[in-house]
Design a protein around this ligand. Structure first.
Ligand code: FAS
Ligand code: PHB
Length: 393
């Protein structure tokens, strides 16, 4: 039977980053991914990296292109009826965020893994995980017309919200927390210069809209749409018109339109499972938690989980101590829930939940209060740049 030290299920950012960090510390891994490498590399998702995530990518030796191509932002903007409010991250908390697409992070990690001759299994079918309650976990998958068995010491479930690992845990072993939002995000990627030079979140009576970017020539825009909406209901012109309706006038008037490179609808949910560890199986990233993308936390939380897990596994293989991996779930969840809270809060003050005028006025009042309070602005800023990591005891 084939063997490795750590079997990683999923070749998204979590799985690739964990594999790379473990490799650099002499720990053998096999990454098992159900999609093709091309499919994984083509996904359009997150755009904002916390400095902690940047630091971890540099530690993983995949930060060269990131360092030269990223845009560094020292603030972001909230737009609402009373005007716009810039949250000065640099001035308030001495922080910044980096604009560098998840697509690029994934490509950088895939290139590093390939250069290192990593054992990557793409287009794996019928992946199953078992034995993780004991000391001899096994992963099975089909490929090339036969079933493969992989023995390992640990399994990292980096297989996202729809993955197999969480679903493989014994019934009753997990507590699930979930909030489904009554709307989705319709996102467009287009090769046009950004209308706003920083990320802008707009609260409008017609609904939420957002300006982001991937570079100075490639923009990423979002509008809130009904949870059951479809792409067919959104021809390109309707999207551009609605976006401009919902943005502050000085931004709307400089929006450049073009046929989208990509257009997609993503539902919004908050989701957490506890615990994130069961025996020798670890749930990592979206496999364990989902946040509405409003706070730009999804990818960054995944990286934070990887940071805790790789440090714990390095300690285990170097010293035999399992203290860090035994504390994996509790340590990750302390950060996860704070990001869940911030993402929920920023969603709650920027999106249209109903036609209730009282609710909308409360949102505007909260934003107006923040505008006038350095204490409130500082709280928003420290959450947006990413809270400090806990260091191993
Ligand atoms: P991922 O879902 O990225 O990767 C999981 C991998 O596991 C996938 O490659 C999948 O194919 C594979 N897999 C699944 N089941 C498997 C199985 N049974 N066997 C083997 N492999 C399996 N976050 C932000 O911060 N900002 C955003 O704007 C943003 N936009 C998003 C838009 C969309 C449509 C989605 C779905 C997510 C978005 N996110 C955003 C969140 C996103 O960036 C995630 O947080 C990030 O991809 C998490 O990475 P992973 O944990 O690696 O999970
Ligand atoms: C993005 O650029 O895709 C993006 C940026 C910030 C967010 C969400 C998405 O909060």
């Amino acid at each position: 039977m084939d063997r490795t030290q750590v079997a990683i299920i999923g070749a998204g950012p979590s799985g690739l980053l964990l594999s790379q960090l473990l490799h650099l510390n002499g720990i053998d891994t096999v990454v098992i991914e159900r999609q093709s490498g091309c499919y994984v590399a083509s996904r359009i998702r997150a755009g904002v990296l916390e400095q902690g995530t940047v630091d971890l990518l540099l530690r993983a030796k995949v930060g060269e292109r990131l360092s030269s191509e990223r845009l560094i932002h020292d603030g972001f903007v909230l737009g609402f009826a009373q005007g716009t409010l810039r949250v000065d991250l640099k001035d308030l908390v001495g922080g910044t965020v980096s604009i560098y697409g998840q697509t690029e992070v994934t490509k950088d990690l895939m290139d590093a893994r390939a250069a290192a001759g990593a054992r990557m299994v793409y287009e794996a079918g019928d992946v199953s995980v078992e034995g993780f309650g004991g000391k001899a976990p096994v992963v099975r998958y089909s490929q090339g017309g036969r079933v493969h068995e992989l023995a390992c010491d640990f399994i990292a479930g980096c297989d996202g919200y729809h993955g197999v690992c969480r679903r493989s845990l014994p019934p009753g072993s997990l507590q699930t927390f979930e909030k489904i939002y009554p709307f989705s995000w319709l996102g467009v990627l287009a090769d046009v210069p950004p209308a706003a030079h920083e990320i802008l979140y707009s609260n409008h009576e017609r609904g939420f809209a957002m300006c982001s970017m991937r570079s100075l020539t490639r923009s990423r825009y979002y509008v809130q749409c009904p949870a059951d909406d479809t792409l067919e209901a959104w021809p390109d012109q309707r999207f551009w018109d609605e976006l401009r309706w919902r943005l502050p006038a000085n931004v709307a008037e400089v929006v450049t339109t073009a046929p989208p490179l990509e257009k997609s609808i993503a539902p919004l949910r908050s989701f957490v499972v506890e615990p994130m560890k069961f025996g020798r199986l670890f749930l990592v990233g979206d496999a364990a938690h989902i946040v509405p993308p409003t706070g730009a936390k999804g990818l960054n939380l995944a990286a934070a989980d990887v940071r805790v897990l790789y440090q714990g596994l390095v300690e285990y293989y170097r010293s035999g101590s399992s203290d860090l991996i035994d504390g994996y779930s509790e340590q990750c969840l302390r950060r996860v829930w704070k990001a869940v809270r911030f993402s929920w809060w920023l969603t709650s003050v920027t999106h249209k939940f109903s036609d209730d005028p009282f609710a909308h006025r409360l949102q505007l009042t909260e934003l107006d209060y923040i505008r006038g309070s350095t204490a409130a602005l500082t709280s928003v800023a420290e959450n947006y740049v990413g809270l400090p990591f806990e260091e191993p005891a």
